[in-house]
Design a protein around this ligand. Structure first.
Ligand code: IVH
Length: 671
């Protein structure tokens, strides 16, 4: 192939990929399966490898792959990113309407566009002649940070605008909100909890934290999404109305919330407000209100702006899911990796139908920043399934008897030194065999997705550790039947059950063994990547920091933690003793080789699955040699039917294709 042919093919492939991205991420109506999409990507990748001079920054292959930065550069917005005034009830919204009407000719009609107010991180993207050139955070409104390489990793951000219907303008500055879906936020926190990382307080913090990563690989691993809602400077195109703006940018491939309404008067916005509030609980994203904006651009220009916010828009906030209560005490909880987390013990209150009596205070910095003291009356907030948190102190209710709190410098469980490392917010107990840490470690080690030792519950672990019988995970395998049976309340029968369970747990796939070790920052997903990459514990042990960074999705933090873990003689000893006890590690499967139990089988998924996203399920099928496609035919081997299945289930029934429930699917893929 000569370079001209390559150029043509590359251009075709990019167009196709961009189009399918748009179908998948913006319209949520894919036309091809993930497998077909991957094939297109691989083909493009191969051509670009062959002709590297044809790689351009807007190629779909260029989303991830930029090197980590030392620091972000600052970025000055061409026009300041304003904020919005808030209104909290109908009265305040009517005042807003009356205020702006005064600036317009008497009795002129004012149309409004109402949209959800996304609770995320504000960003500005710059497209020059349709190509994404800059992505920046809002910062203080005038100067933000240039986070282009991170913005590019967001799948719903087009690197190049679609020009089929309307050619994009010379310069388009478009503003939006980066968000993390609530479900993904919860999964992310669960993963962080398991690997001993500090939790994000809410989806907005998770989105902000993810976007401000110096290593774009980390950002790429976070499920960020974006909704566009306003513009900065635009050269070479004029929008007459905001509605037209939203419509046009959608045609350019930019994601706009479908929940928007054109209202002919302020009254009509109130109906939409009630609708949105009802929908709020079931939306995949956090929204904290509704934004009302004058539709007509000429009217906006007449009405004008204040220094920090426009007069032509307002945020009509939802009532917060907050309550007021008193802090009775603050305690320090010790986690698996020794982190001390301050927890407020409060007079119980009901928030959104749930009784809350504890709230995390995250860390000492948060306590100091919010100046939280024992005895304080505080505002407590709960959003979705997020751990309740203290929002702020009500200082006017202080009596002077409140007590300041400082995390102890001795571990509350073992009395060892507590240290705060220079680059961490966490205070940590330094004693690796601290009973609190040890208990959490043992529970983790025995848990279902780790060694899966049935019958090792909280009470039992407490006894094992408190009695000194177990000083590390390996000790579990060396206890005699007598020792088990002598534990309080453990009958002989249960003792032999546990011994059986221990015996059964001894054959373990490499990825589960790695996960069970409880290395900081190594959750289930990373453990799997490590197992696939290194294929044996011996190889993993020998891995250097640089080797580890080679793996996509393993970042500097995990890499450092892994190296440190295997440099610690105590950890190596524990591993040795586990092997001595007869633990047999099954070799990790290479991502592409290994068994192909689903070879020749074609799967179609319909409806929502409980355990996987569609994408994960399809990837799983492919990793086992099967094919996942999007439409049912008589050649389809199985249709996996989730919750609220679509027409594909019906079609499968007509064609007599085998239908599987999610449970049956799990059995087939051996999960
Ligand atoms: S319009 C000048 N629309 O809320 C007004 N903003 O508190 C420009 N936000 O900084 C913003 N959802 O980042 C607009 N549908 C929406 C929004 C929205 C969330 C954010 C925005 C702004 C902040 C103001």
């Amino acid at each position: 192939m000569d370079i001209e042919q390559a150029k043509e093919q590359i251009s075709q492939l990019r167009k196709q990929i961009n189009y399918h991205n748009y179908r998948y991420y913006i319209l949520d109506e894919p036309e091809i399966s993930d497998a077909e999409y991957d094939r297109l990507m691989r083909k493009l990748q191969a051509l670009e490898n062959q002709f590297p001079e044809l790689i351009t920054p807007d190629s779909p292959t260029q989303r991830v792959g930029a090197a980590p930065l030392e620091a972000f550069e600052s970025y000055t917005h061409a026009t300041p990113m304003l904020s919005l005034d808030n209104g909290f009830d109908e009265g305040e919204i009517r005042e807003f309407d009356a205020r702006l009407r005064k600036m317009l000719p008497p009795n002129e009609q004012v149309q409004y566009v109402a949209e959800p107010k996304f609770d995320g991180l504000a960003v500005e993207l710059v497209y020059e002649n349709g190509v994404l050139t800059v992505g920046a955070t809002r910062g203080d409104g005038v100067v933000g940070e240039n986070v282009t390489q991170n913005i590019k990793t967001i799948k719903s951000v087009p690197l190049r605008l679609i020009d089929r219907e309307i050619p994009p303008p010379e310069r388009l500055e478009v503003r939006g909100e980066v968000v993390i879906p609530i479900k993904d936020f919860e999964k992310l926190n669960l993963r962080r909890e398991k690997s001993g990382e500090p939790l994000f307080a809410n989806p907005r913090n998770a989105a902000a934290g993810s976007l401000r990563q110096l290593d774009p690989k980390v950002t790429a691993s976070r499920p960020l999404d974006i909704f566009f809602h306003s513009s900065g400077q635009v050269t070479g195109y004029t929008f007459r109305t905001h509605w037209e703006f939203l419509d046009t940018i959608t045609k350019w491939g930019l994601k706009v919330s479908p929940l928007k309404r054109l209202c002919r008067s302020i009254d009509e916005t109130f109906a939409f407000y009630s609708e949105l509030m009802k929908m709020r609980e079931n939306l995949p994203y956090e929204i904290d209100g509704m934004v009302i904006k004058v539709n007509d651009m000429a009217q906006r220009a007449t009405i004008g702006e204040k220094t920090r916010s426009p007069r032509w828009a307002i945020a009509y906030k939802f009532p917060a899911r907050q309550e007021i209560t008193q802090i009775i005490d603050i305690i320090a909880q010790v986690g698996r990796t020794g982190t001390l987390t301050p927890v407020a013990i409060m007079k119980p209150v009901r928030i959104g139908g749930v009784e809350v009596s504890r709230a995390t205070l995250h860390n000492q910095d948060e306590i100091d920043r919010k100046d939280i003291r024992i005895g304080d009356w505080v505002v407590v907030q709960r959003a979705g399934d997020v751990i309740p948190e203290v929002v702020k102190v009500i200082e006017s209710r202080r009596t002077g008897n409140e007590k300041k709190y400082q995390l102890p410098n001795k571990c509350p469980v073992c009395g060892s030194h507590v240290v705060r490392l220079p680059d961490e917010v966490a205070h940590r107990c330094q004693n690796m065999s601290c009973p609190a840490q040890l208990k959490q470690q043992i529970k983790h080690f025995a848990s279902r997705n780790a060694m899966d030792i049935e019958g090792i519950g909280n009470k039992l672990v407490d006894q094992l550790v408190d009695s000194g019988l177990v000083k590390n995970a390996a000790d579990l395998y060396f206890l005699s039947k007598n020792q088990w049976a002598n534990l309080d309340r453990l009958a002989e029968k249960s003792a032999s059950n546990i011994i059986d369970a221990l015996e059964k747990s001894k054959r373990v796939p490499l990825e589960r063994f790695i996960f069970a070790l409880g290395i900081r920052f190594v959750g289930e997903h990373s453990a799997k990547l490590l197992a696939q990459h290194f294929r044996s514990l011996e190889n993993l042990k020998k891995a250097t920091y640089e080797d580890l960074l080679e793996i996509h999705e393993i970042g500097p933090q995990s890499a450092r933690s892994i190296v440190e873990f295997f440099a610690e003689p105590k950890n190596l000893q524990t591993i040795e003793r586990l092997l001595e006890a007869g633990v047999t590690i099954e070799k990790g499967k290479e991502a592409d080789a290994g068994e192909k139990p689903l070879a020749g089988k074609t799967f179609v998924f319909t409806g929502a699955l409980e355990n996987f996203s569609r994408n994960e399920a399809e990837k799983l099928v492919e990793s086992l040699g099967g094919r996942a496609t999007s439409s049912v035919s008589k050649n389809t081997s199985y249709v996996v039917v989730g919750k609220d299945p679509g027409s594909k289930a019906e079609k499968a029934r007509q064609l007599g294709v085998t239908m599987l429930s999610e449970d049956e699917f799990l059995k087939i893929v051996n999960r």
